[in-house]
Design a protein around this ligand. Structure first.
Ligand SMILES: O=P(O)(O)OC[C@H]1O[C@](O)(COP(=O)(O)O)[C@@H](O)[C@@H]1O
Ligand SMILES: [Mg+2]
Ligand SMILES: [Mg+2]
Length: 334
């Protein structure tokens, strides 16, 4: 068995030897990882822990919240608010920002998260996760929602934790992508892979096919060509996967390649897409880019978009570079 290094040791090395991260950011990431461990424990309890089912409330996006959405949100807030590394947090489950109360020490970072991604999979025991993104608070007194509205290119750390057959934390601080697996006996995340690479080509795509009739022409064209397989212009057969949890679908793509798409569609034409820019698309885009893949909204690089609101939505095409470039080209040509 190889000797594995812990997340803490990895972060210390990033801080000391490589100078990639300041100590405050290291400590913040350790707190986020601890919160993910607690969420993982709650997930594992399932029906034994009163975490299943609906909370019968709605979040700001008008989505019915599951009990676990609320539990995961509270765990992340409680773990992070007194750490001294943060000025404020924002979450899918909260309408406005959560400013760290002034009874706690204040820090210089902003943390955003989707506390529980893939809520519809909780009750059916399919992989779910937590997605997070860290920004530096712009200089100035106090903190406001405006401070969060920075393009994804300004992220200083991003990652996700997937609660599946294994609990796996995937992280970037701008120096490639590292993967940590939770050792349940030891209770710590251990480094299991470094410098993850997404192959540039793929034969696998991920999209919710039930929305096909609502898609715009460039997406129809791209998927049609994949479905034609060997007999069509692509000259190869494609496989399709759709877990319905972005964390799980993106994790598969980071592991073995593929292209993940959640495009704009005609069901709600006024919305640019379903997924949220700041705490779903941006952190995942950075991870994918750091692994050599690409991420666009069909027209431009996702991480170049300057958000205008906290819960902004976006179309998403991410994964193997050549496929993302192809579907983006189809949008530009249209
Ligand atoms: O049910 P659909 O429309 O296929 O949507 C699935 C997508 O919605 C999401 O579940 C949204 O995430 P939340 O569970 O955090 O709202 C993504 O994880 C996933 O890719
Ligand atoms: Mg989500
Ligand atoms: Mg969610």
């Amino acid at each position: 068995m190889p000797k594995r290094i812990s997340l803490t040791r990895y972060l210390v090395e990033q801080q000391r030897m490589d100078g990639h991260i300041p100590s405050q950011l290291r400590l913040l990431l350790e707190v986020v990882a601890r919160a993910c461990k607690r969420i993982s424990q709650a997930v594992n309890k399932g029906a034994l822990g009163e975490v299943m089912g609906s909370a019968e409330s709605e979040n700001v996006q008008g989505e019915v919240q599951k009990k676990l959405d609320i539990i995961a949100n509270e765990v992340l807030i409680e773990a992070n608010e007194w750490g001294g590394h943060l000025a404020a947090m924002a979450s899918e489950e909260m309408e406005g920002i959560y400013v760290v109360p002034n009874r706690y020490p204040q820090g210089e970072y902003l943390l955003m998260f989707d506390p529980l991604d893939g809520s519809s999979n909780i009750d059916v025991n399919v992989s779910i996760g937590t997605i997070f993104s860290v920004l530096l608070k712009p200089e100035g007194v106090g903190v406001s929602e405006q401070d969060f509205l920075q393009p994804g290119g300004k992220q200083v750390a991003a990652g996700y934790c997937v609660y599946g057959p294994q609990t796996t934390l995937v992280l970037t601080v701008g120096d490639g992508v590292a993967v940590f697996t939770l050792d349940r006996e030891q209770g710590s995340f251990l480094l299991t892979e470094e410098n993850l690479r997404v192959p540039e080509d793929t034969k696998e795509f991920a999209i919710n096919m039930s929305n096909q009739r609502h898609w715009a022409a460039p997406v129809q064209k791209y998927v049609d060509e994949c479905l034609q397989g060997k007999d069509g212009s692509r000259g190869k057969d494609f496989n399709m996967r759709w877990v319905g949890s972005m964390v799980a679908d993106v994790h598969r793509i980071l592991t073995r390649g593929g292209v993940f798409m959640y495009p704009w569609d005609r069901r709600e034409p006024e919305k640019p897409g379903k997924l949220r820019l700041m705490y779903e698309a941006n952190p995942m885009s950075w991870l994918i880019e750091q692994a050599g893949g690409a991420a666009t909204d069909g027209k431009q690089r996702i991480m170049d978009i300057t958000p205008t609101q906290l819960h902004e939505r976006v179309s998403v095409f991410m994964g193997s570079k050549n496929e993302v470039e192809r579907v983006t080209r189809y949008h530009r040509e249209a």
